[in-house]
Structure formats: structure tokens, C-alpha cells
Design a protein around this ligand. Structure first.
Ligand SMILES: [Fe+2]
Ligand SMILES: [Fe+2]
Length: 265
């Protein structure tokens, strides 16, 4: 089967007509499925954009959410609304709700949002201030210490889901594809051809997820994990272990693209 991979498409930057043109571009690749690794839109427009995509395409759309998908909203409310929307739409699958999704006899799909969990780089001295901390309800008005606690908790939430779900997938499949928004390793956090520096890493990589992936794959040398992520808007490939590869996708606001068409064996 063939899957079109898209990341950070930020549809809120496009007119309805431009969205339709982009959906037609996706369809022109003739994929069997669409993999979408977050930053689809912003909270007030997210359901409209997901439903429009589900109506324009005839393939299953497997997705996770990125930080922008919660902008101008609350994480709890957005996740609840997305869950309900995906349950009502046969082509939309929000992966954190789906567990292990079979793709082929040897490959399964899993996914969770991930979050910049402040553990890589140097959170204490970083001058970086993200819109996340102004535009997402749960992250506003916090002291630096409270914010760090919250970021860690979000990373831990994704990590604990994957600690439970990945072994279930590998019990039945030799190869697993993981979709997540935030790069899980320092070396997968690309910015202009290099790894992001210690000021940006706290917000652009998820150490808690990385630790679970490393531990899971070191214990299973005969299995393969392929990760697709985005968030940095800069592309790169990181071979973290012989059986663990991470693809990070490029993106540009207002010009969404198909990051790749993946042949799944
Ligand atoms: Fe993005
Ligand atoms: Fe992002």
C-alpha cells in the first residue's frame, strides 16, 4: 500500500479554494491512505478543515494533532471534539484513540501527538517564548516552573501511551510506523540542516517519547520502527538505531505540500 505523508499543513493560512486545490493535489498522488503528522489548523477551524478533508478525499486519513491545533482553544476541549468528529466520520482516524492500526500483513500504524517536553536542551536559560504559552488555555498564565511541569506531563502522556501500545503492535507486526508531531530525538530535531540548539530543543523535541522508542527498539533488534514527524518545519532523516529511523518533514506556512509518498510493505 502507498501512503501520502503530510505535516504542518496549517490550513488556516489558506482560502477554502486553496484548501480544495491542495486536497486535489493529495488525491493526484493516488494514495491508499493519508498520514498527517499534526499542525493541521487552529482550534476554531480544526473540525471544519478535518471534515472538508474527509469529504474531499476517498482514502482513510490517519492523524495526530500538533501544538497549533490547540491555538485559541483548550487541549481538553479540542481533543474531545476531535475524538467525536473522528468517530462520526468513517475516513478520519485520530491515532491516539485507535491503538494498533493494521496496514499490511507485516506493518502496523500507531500514533500520538507528542509535545516539546522541555527535557532536551536548556529550559532554565532559554529565552524562547512560544505562542503555545499564550494561545493554548492550559498553558497560559503559568510560572516557568509550572509551565515546565505541564510540558513534561504532556510528553509523559504520549510516552506512556506508546509504552503500552508499541509492544502490542510488535507482538503481531515486524514493522511499525509511528506518527507523532514532535521529533522524539535531539538528532531528529532539524533546523536548517543542523540539530536545533539548546535554546530551542526544550520546545521542539520530546525526550520522554524518544526514551520509550529507544528502549522498545533496543529490546527488539529483529523489528523495525519508522517514525514520521514535523513541528520544526525543516526536513531531515535520523538513523537513531539500526532498526529505528526518524523522518522529519519540511513545511512552509501558506504552501502545504505532500512530504512524501511512502511505500508500505
Ligand atoms: Fe507547524
Ligand atoms: Fe508544531
Amino acid at each position: 500500500m502507498r501512503a501520502a505523508w503530510l505535516t504542518d499543513i496549517h490550513l488556516d493560512f489558506l482560502s477554502r479554494h486553496a484548501c480544495d486545490e491542495f486536497f486535489a493535489t493529495i488525491a493526484s498522488h493516488n494514495p491508499d491512505a493519508v498520514f498527517l503528522t499534526g499542525d493541521i489548523s487552529v482550534a476554531p477551524l480544526l473540525l471544519t478543515h478535518l471534515e472538508a478533508m474527509g469529504q474531499a478525499l476517498s482514502q482513510p486519513i490517519y492523524f495526530v494533532l500538533g501544538n497549533h491545533d490547540f491555538y485559541h482553544g483548550s487541549m481538553t476541549a479540542v481533543r474531545t471534539a476531535v475524538r467525536e468528529c473522528a468517530h462520526a466520520h468513517p475516513l478520519l482516524t485520530y491515532l491516539p484513540e485507535a491503538g494498533v492500526v493494521p496496514l499490511t500483513p507485516s506493518t502496523a500504524l500507531v500514533g500520538h501527538d507528542g509535545w516539546g517536553d522541555s527535557r532536551y536542551g536548556n529550559y532554565a536559560t532559554s529565552p524562547v517564548k512560544l505562542n503555545d504559552h499564550v494561545l493554548i488555555k492550559e498553558l497560559t498564565g503559568l510560572t516557568p516552573h509550572e509551565l515546565q511541569h505541564h510540558l513534561m506531563r504532556l510528553g509523559d502522556e504520549s510516552a506512556s501511551y506508546l509504552r503500552e501500545t508499541l509492544p502490542l503492535a510488535f507482538n503481531r507486526y515486524r514493522h511499525v510506523i509511528l506518527l507523532t508531531h514532535v521529533p522524539p530525538f535531539r538528532e531528529s530535531c532539524w533546523y536548517q540542516g543542523h540539530v536545533s540548539n539548546d535554546e530551542w530543543l526544550p520546545f521542539f523535541a520530546c525526550q520522554a517519547v524518544g526514551a520509550v522508542l529507544r528502549e522498545t527498539m533496543e529490546a527488539r533488534p529483529q523489528c523495525q520502527l519508522t517514525v514520521y514527524c514535523g513541528h520544526t518545519h525543516n526536513s531531515g532523516t535520523a538513523h537513531v538505531l539500526p532498526n529505528l529511523t526518524v523522518f522529519t518533514g519540511a513545511a512552509e506556512y501558506g504552501t502545504p505540500q505532500v512530504n512524501g509518498v511512502i511505500d508500505v510493505e
